[in-house]
Design a protein around this ligand. Structure first.
Ligand code: PLP
Length: 368
């Protein structure tokens, strides 16, 4: 149920379109990255839609995110990209959730428990220096341990640190190092994957059979690319109050904006409490295609916009959509597009659309 007039609209047809378009273009398995509530899009709804169109693997960051999917009935493969504590291994085996081996020390901690039937992907650190095993001795030790404990070594992967750079030298170096290790292992992995979205769009790793795509799946690009994808998320609000304000009057906390002339100011119910951060001040939203500036400080629940005419209360305001894309908003706020999406918190209901019809509303603060 939607009570307040601010919502993110999630176009599930565009999500399916993007999945099929990327798959057709690169012809590899897509591990769809659903971290952080599917980049703010609603993880279970995204997972379910992808499962329906043939996606067999999704990736999340933690056991919590994996269990959210399982508790909502998602049955396909899930890879956890982050570190998993020893206490949670039994649960992963029971729930058929795949774990990343993030370090040799982390694996040694599991020495005294059963790993029988645990599916794992081994992460190789080729230069990011975050998660992953770095040298062949550690990797060999990990292999021995996993094999003798009857874990299922299903995949191996690495992650590029500068896939968004035009200069592909570091990707080439990391890729070469990765396959140097893979070749020494002499093991038939079911899944080999190195590319995130940017690498998928701009770098060729011929030997992998899968990619891990997040951002581009949601129709957002952080580098120029011809790939045919459509934005999945739009963000809207509606005018909750509108008034005429005289020249020299000020708007909002701290009186940081004063009207040069008689102006019409509308108040919309979105603020930093929703993840709509204060640096949005001065940016533009759109009403019926007309640009309206955010004036005065963004409040916790509200912000004020200067509008060209007296609109009715309830007039729709577009914050992200045709007028301003996620990429535009990121540039204007000086943040990466990932942040624009992840900032939107669960106070903003998600309205899911299919065939131009609203099929589900998730209002997490109310519908526990
Ligand atoms: C290990 C790993 N692979 C893939 C991705 C997906 O990245 P992108 O959204 O750029 O496709 C992420 C996201 O942060 C990640 O951490």
């Amino acid at each position: 149920m939607l009570y307040r007039d601010t919502w993110a609209q999630i176009n599930l047809d565009n999500l399916s379109y993007n999945y099929l378009s990327i798959k057709k273009t690169i012809n590899k398995e897509l591990f769809c990255v659903l971290k952080a509530n599917a980049y703010g899009h609603g993880d279970y709804q995204v997972a379910r839609t992808l499962q329906q169109i043939g996606c067999s693997y999704v990736a999340v960051s933690s056991v919590d995110e994996a269990m959210t999917l399982r508790r909502n009935g998602y049955t396909n493969n899930i890879l956890i990209l982050g570190y998993v504590k020893k206490e949670n291994i039994k649960l992963l085996i029971e729930e058929n959730i795949t774990m990343t081996v993030t370090s040799l020390l982390g694996l040694i901690e599991l020495n005294d428990i059963s790993l029988e039937g645990l599916k794992v992907h081994i992460k190789i650190d080729t230069g990011m220096n975050r998660f992953g095993l770095k040298n062949i001795q550690d990797i060999n030790s990990a292999f021995t341990l996993l094999k003798c404990k009857n874990a299922i070594i299903e995949g191996i992967f690495t992650h590029y640190h500068s896939a968004d750079s035009i200069d592909k030298t570091s990707c080439e170096r990391q890729c070469k190092w990765f396959y140097h290790i893979v070749d020494q292992l002499n093991y038939k992995f079911k899944w080999i994957h190195t590319c995130n979205s940017d690498a998928t769009l701009s770098f060729l790793d011929e030997r992998s059979n899968a990619v891990r795509v997040g951002l581009v799946l949601y129709g957002v690009k952080s580098i120029p690319s011809e790939i045919d994808v459509r934005p999945v998320l739009s963000l809207y609000s509606k005018i909750a109050c509108i008034k005429k304000v005289k020249a020299t009057e000020t708007i909002g906390y701290g009186a940081t904006y004063s009207c040069d002339e008689d102006e019409i100011i509308a108040t919309i119910p979105i603020g930093y409490g929703d993840g709509f951060i204060t640096t949005n001040k001065g940016r533009f939203v759109s009403i019926e295609g007309r640009a309206c500036q955010i004036v005065g400080k963004v409040c916790m629940d509200l912000c004020m916009i200067k509008v060209p005419e007296m609109y009715n209360i309830g007039t729709k305001v577009e914050i992200i959509g045709e007028f301003t894309s996620v990429e535009d908003m990121g540039r204007q706020l000086n943040v990466i597009p990932y942040e624009v999406l992840c900032l939107l918190n669960d106070r903003v209901p998600r309205v899911f659309m299919k065939n131009n019809q609203e099929i589900e509303v998730i209002n997490l603060r109310v519908d526990k």
